[in-house]
Design a protein around this ligand. Sequence first.
Ligand code: IPE
Ligand code: IPE
Ligand code: MG
Length: 256
Amino acid sequence: MLDKFSKWRARGKDSNEAIAELETTNIPNHVAIIMDGNGRWAKKRGLPRIAGHREGIKAINKIVRQANQLDVKVLTLYAFSTENWKRPKAEVDYLLSLPEIFFKSELPILKQENVNVRLMGSMAQLPEHTLKAVRNAVEETKDNDGLILNFALNYGSRSEMLEAIKQISEDVAAGKLSSDEVTEEVMSSYLMTASISDPDLLIRTSGEIRLSNFMLWQAAYSELWFTDVLWPDFNESHFAEAIAVYQKRARRYGGV
Ligand code: IPE
Ligand code: IPE
Ligand code: MG
């Protein structure tokens, strides 16, 4: 098995064989990705960190295309965390200009491919130019019923859960809901992922083995897959490999 994977990798971009090996009946419905390692990718090449972020867009394009091709229903991409504000201002500014750069070239293609763009995160703190670009993409693709491309932008799972708890408390206080009625399903419906299913497969690139405040509630039973590959190097073969591994997992949900 491992040999086959290294063979796919060695060949680089041609993922046809990797895809052909996948079981078409067991494609994860929702794949979530922590796209990590852009800075290290750039550093290895003696480039500024932002060059890595720029390069990361190419990987996004490849994976969106392939997810669509494989009939994945939801692809969630962690693009900016509530903790990423700690970075130098110039890097934050660049990261928050990426949605404009991305949608400028990609929106026409996403529309053509029937992709439905969505957003999750705290929008209030985002600069106006970023909001404009992402809201426009959401609006322009709202009637598409193909792949849901869900960007986590200024997203943090703890803040998402806190907001949900506050909202639930207010609704209980207002008599709209009784505390007995607060089930797991109700909690889920107050999260930013209310209308989408939990991730089946969660991928993190760059060798870091942690969740970094990403979908802590939703990932309760996600299959996790970590790779040392840095995000700008992540390609169709790696994605197919992650799905192939996922297909070999026995999902027991606590049962036998
Ligand atoms: C991921 O790459 C992109 C974001 C977190 C926005 P990093 O910028 O975290 O890259 P590394 O982890 O420093 O290599
Ligand atoms: C997680 O990556 C956030 C995104 C990919 C957007 P980070 O690089 O910010 O996470 P840490 O700091 O390594 O945990
Ligand atoms: Mg990182």
